[in-house]
Design a protein around this ligand. Structure first.
Ligand code: ADP
Length: 319
């Protein structure tokens, strides 16, 4: 392998830049030519590909977003689109490709690997919904943002003796809600992975308030439903009037935490080394402290296991 490309695809996340920087500099360190592809698979199809050097990834490790930009590209889902993408890569002499993105992007990488391009996936999403890695790049930062927001809400909630429903992102995965909820002492955490009873939560909130609790924070994963609807259902049951906060895309921005930068840096370099070793159609992850590769087929067909132990801990501590 002499030449590799790198792209970011799907939803962006904090730390994607640190991953791009790591792929580029590690590739150059190992004597490879490295190309950056703009706007994910869209840029592959439209040949928006340029050579990167050491300086082209300077001053980005601390930035959110992605300098390579990202896109959702329907054309790439077709066989013609994939063939065009592979042809463009070959035209530049690129034989390996690092794809930083979520599971949709992984499936794209898998298709390219079947067309003879050596591909490696890196888990770039705030949702933490990718299996075979403990954490995805961006998750730690997103959780920090939610925790910080809840700290602020708590200040004002306790002055006014109010309750708050906070809706967080994560798509079908409850990890942002779980980790942020536990870290901020939420009274209830609603995630798609665990059934819950609004009756029970509403009754508990009321009982706690009557017993002198000054504020309560309910964290709702978007995979469960809208914060607004949950607040309404609580109101109908216990008469309280929880204020609703929807954090939205704020969770995807801002400077990445050191955890995300270090994860991105380790995984980027690892992906390059596995490509050089001849692997393809794999996703890189950090599992129990160890860098590992797993077949993309397996990764996209496996549901991320939910951390029931943490969930139960959060429940025990929320009294
Ligand atoms: P994410 O990577 O964050 O899950 P998407 O699901 O939107 O985001 O996927 C990003 C891009 O990956 C899509 O716009 C498309 O170009 C490509 N992609 C997604 N699914 C497939 C698939 N089954 N086959 C080929 N390409 C795909």
């Amino acid at each position: 392998i002499k030449s590799i490309g790198v792209l970011t695809s799907g939803g962006d996340s904090q730390g994607m830049n640190a991953a791009v920087r790591s792929v580029v500099r590690s590739g150059l360190f190992h004597g490879l030519k490295v190309f950056g592809v703009q706007r994910g698979y869209y840029g592959l199809i439209h040949d928006d590909i340029r050579e990167m050097d050491l300086r082209s990834v300077g001053d980005i490790i601390q930035r959110g977003g992605t300098i390579l930009q990202t896109a959702r590209c329907l054309e790439f889902k077709t066989e013609e689109g994939q063939k065009l993408a592979a042809d463009n890569l070959r035209k530049h002499g690129i034989d390996g490709l690092v794809v930083i993105g979520g599971d949709g992007s992984y499936q794209g990488a898998n298709k390219l690997s079947k067309l003879g391009i050596k591909t490696m996936g890196l888990p770039g999403t705030i949702d933490n919904d990718i299996p075979y890695t403990d954490f995805t790049i961006g998750f730690d930062t997103a959780v920090s943002i939610v925790v910080d927001a809840i700290n602020k809400l708590r200040d004002t909630m306790s002055s006014h003796e109010r309750s708050s429903v906070v809706e967080v992102m994560g798509r079908h995965c409850g990890d942002i809600a779980l980790y942020a909820g536990l870290a901020s002492g939420a009274e209830a955490i609603m995630v798609p992975e665990v059934p819950f009873s609004i009756d029970e939560i509403a009754a508990r909130m009321k009982a706690n308030f009557d017993a002198g609790k000054r504020h309560s924070i309910i964290v709702v994963a978007e995979g469960v439903g809208k914060g607004e609807d949950i607040a309404k259902q609580i109101h109908e049951r216990n008469g309280m009037e929880p204020r609703v906060t929807v954090l939205g895309h704020i969770q995807r921005g801002g400077t990445p935490t050191h955890n995300d930068r270090i994860l991105a840096s380790s995984l980027g370099d690892f992906a390059v080394r596995r490509l050089i070793a001849g692997e393809s159609g794999k996703a890189c992850g950090k599992l129990n402290g160890e860098l590992v590769t797993t077949d993309i087929d397996t990764v996209v067909n496996t549901k991320k296991p939910f951390n029931t132990e943490l969930y139960e801990l959060a429940l025990r501590l929320s009294q």
